[in-house]
Structures are given as C-alpha cells and as structure tokens.
Design a binder for this molecule. Structure first.
Ligand SMILES: [Ca+2]
Length: 74
C-alpha cells in the first residue's frame, strides 16, 4: 500500500508537532489521540494512506530532531 506523506499544508504542522514531542513526550499521546479521532469522525473520510502518512510526518519530525541534536551535539 502506498503511503501519502506531505500531501497537504497540515503535514508541515505534523512535522513540527513531532519536533516538539521530542522534548515533551506527552505531546505524542495527544497527537495520536487527535489523529485517531480525526480518522474515525472526520466528515470526509480520511484515507488510511493519509492517516499513516500523518504519523510518518510526525515521526520524521522526531527522527530529524534526534539526528540534528546528536550530530551537531548542542
Ligand atoms: Ca499528511
């Protein structure tokens, strides 16, 4: 199955939320809950491919933050 990553402008937001959750983990719980609610109750049904894409965008943000902090070593 194809996953749609960075399909809309909200995708940048998902990435940024991922960056913040690197420093404050509870944000991850809120984000996951929000995404699940959005997937289940959104008026125009969200596709599984964009739902998984949103999660990928989030984790790209987490991973990128970890990469930057460990390589630059601030
Ligand atoms: Ca997306």
């Amino acid at each position: 199955m194809k996953i749609e990553v960075f399909d809309d402008w909200y995708s940048i937001g998902h990435l940024i939320v991922g960056v913040f959750s690197y420093f404050f983990v509870p944000i991850f719980v809120v984000f996951l809950f929000y995404e699940l609610v959005e997937k289940m109750f959104k008026e125009r049904k969200e596709k599984v491919s964009t739902f998984l894409g949103d999660l990928c965008e989030f984790f790209i943000g987490v991973a990128a933050t970890h990469f930057v902090l460990t390589t630059i070593n601030i």
